[in-house]
Write a protein that binds this ligand. Structure first.
Ligand code: IMP
Ligand code: MG
Length: 176
């Protein structure tokens, strides 16, 4: 298996936290008077979701799903499998998917179709990073933290072979 290590820092903790707070406030304004149902996509969502929801000033409920789409460390297999479904009902709720990164778009395209079929009042996407250059399925996130360069990234929830999710910044990986 190829080994990777974090290289150049692309986004600092301060930059990510400031942007997450901005997006949390934007969500608060956009959903004013409504309850929001946050759906975190494990595991990559953890740090970003925690940061964004601290700045959401609305009645908020939180749930998680786990899906797998990656066959290898850095290339999408294109096949999405649900490992863990929602615990709560989505029916009639204003659902907001919180994801680490939109790359090919295959994962979110599949998830949106799956969740739309279960009758939410609305369904939107909040992604920490968007890699438009990787897109294979046309899908747009409604809230995007940052546009990412077309390199593999780790940190702030993002992993390479399950490592580096705990780094409090986002870095490009280098092959060891
Ligand atoms: P997509 O289905 O190709 O859009 O892939 C989405 C998923 O791939 C994300 O939720 C991540 O788990 C993973 N992914 C895509 N790009 C990166 C990256 O640069 N670093 C770490 N994980 C990534
Ligand atoms: Mg992920």
């Amino acid at each position: 298996m190829t080994a990777y290590k974090p290289g150049e820092v692309i986004l600092t903790r301060g930059q990510i936290e400031a942007r997450a707070a901005e997006i949390g406030r934007q969500i608060t304004a956009d959903y004013a008077g409504r309850e929001v149902f946050l759906i975190g996509i494990l595991t990559g969502c953890v740090m970003w979701m925690a940061e964004v929801m601290k700045s959401i000033d609305l009645d908020t409920s939180v749930d998680f799903m786990s899906v797998s789409s990656y066959g290898s460390a850095t290339r999408s297999s294109g096949v999405v499998k649900i490992i863990k479904d929602l615990n709560q009902d989505i029916d009639g709720k204003h659902a907001l998917i919180v994801e680490d990164i939109v790359d090919s778009g295959v994962t979110l395209d599949y998830l949106c179709k799956y969740l739309e079929g279960r009758g939410p009042a609305s369904l939107k996407i909040c992604a920490m990073l968007d890699k438009p250059s990787g897109r294979r399925t046309p899908i747009d996130a409604d809230y995007v933290g940052f546009e990412a360069p077309n390199v593999f990234l780790v940190g702030y929830g993002l992993d390479a072979n399950q490592k580096y999710r705990n780094l409090p910044f986002i870095a490009a990986v280098e092959k060891v």
